[in-house]
Design a protein around this ligand. Structure first.
Ligand code: PEP
Length: 251
């Protein structure tokens, strides 16, 4: 049985004070969570302070992205080693906003993955199709291409460190959640593809669902066999709502 991971992506929201207050509220409200993992991804400027605020609790901290280069003249960029130096232990890579707002493709994300692993960060690798790609029947081809680009970038020895996230672009921040059937179909496809490359390692790999997850739909999603947690955007910004998601009851 894979242990669920509930991850909160705060995106470009909350300053330093509000980030630390939210982290402290989560720490206080979390209680004991023996059967699930929790991670939060504040903006870069708050990662170090948030990591300190949750130190010693079950909550892990990570960055929402990292640079594809090691260091040097890349004004505004944050490298994987810089992120690691803040006590972050995880990083989100390939998020649809990096792909579609910032125009970053598979090759850049593959390099970011190498940097992240070299720095000792555990990555969450996001894949997902746009509405137009779904409408044209390209969902499988798109998510498999994105997955292969990640897997081709790293040695098989690194496969146990990978967490995948299926995030249909049309469901992110829109209030439109994929149906359990739609999500389950893609999760099963990703698991099969990962199994072909990684063998038994794929059975232990967590595949998160992301896209308008709320406390009202988490339990139904988590009932699907290949959905192993959630990457939560908007609903992770309210402590009460995110805590309800974390503490979802199995159906
Ligand atoms: C996300 O940012 O990864 C996300 C899934 O956002 P939301 O939950 O707001 O759709």
């Amino acid at each position: 049985m894979r242990r669920p991971l509930i991850a909160g992506n705060w995106k470009m929201n909350l300053g330093l004070g509000d980030s630390v207050r939210l982290a402290e509220a989560l720490r206080t409200g979390l209680g004991s969570v023996p059967d699930r993992d929790v991670a939060i991804f504040p903006g870069f400027v708050s990662v170090a302070a948030v990591a300190r605020a949750v130190d010693g609790s079950p909550i892990k901290t990570g960055g929402q992205d990292c640079a594809s280069e090691l260091d040097g003249a890349f004004t505004g960029a944050v490298s994987a080693t810089m992120l690691k130096s803040t006590s972050a232990s995880m990083v989100i890579l390939g998020h649809s906003e990096r792909r579609h707002v910032f125009g970053e493709g598979d090759a850049v994300h593959a390099k970011k993955l190498q940097r992240a692993l070299d720095a000792g960060l555990l990555p969450i690798l996001c894949v997902g199709e746009t509405q137009a790609e779904r409408d044209s029947g390209a969902t499988s081809a798109v998510v498999l291409r994105q997955l292969q680009a990640f897997l081709d970038a790293v040695p098989t020895l690194a496969f146990p460190k990978l967490t995948l996230a299926y995030e249909p672009v049309w469901a992110i921040g829109t209030g439109r959640t994929a149906s359990v059937e739609q999500a389950a179909e893609v999760h099963a496809l990703l698991r099969r593809a990962f199994r072909e490359r990684a063998g038994a390692v794929a059975e232990d790999a967590r595949i998160l669902y992301g896209g308008s997850v709320k406390s009202s739909n988490i339990a139904a999603l988590m009932a699907a066999p290949d959905i192993d947690g959630a990457l939560v955007g908007g609903a992770s910004l309210q402590a009460d709502e995110f805590l309800r998601i974390i503490h979802f009851q199995r159906n």
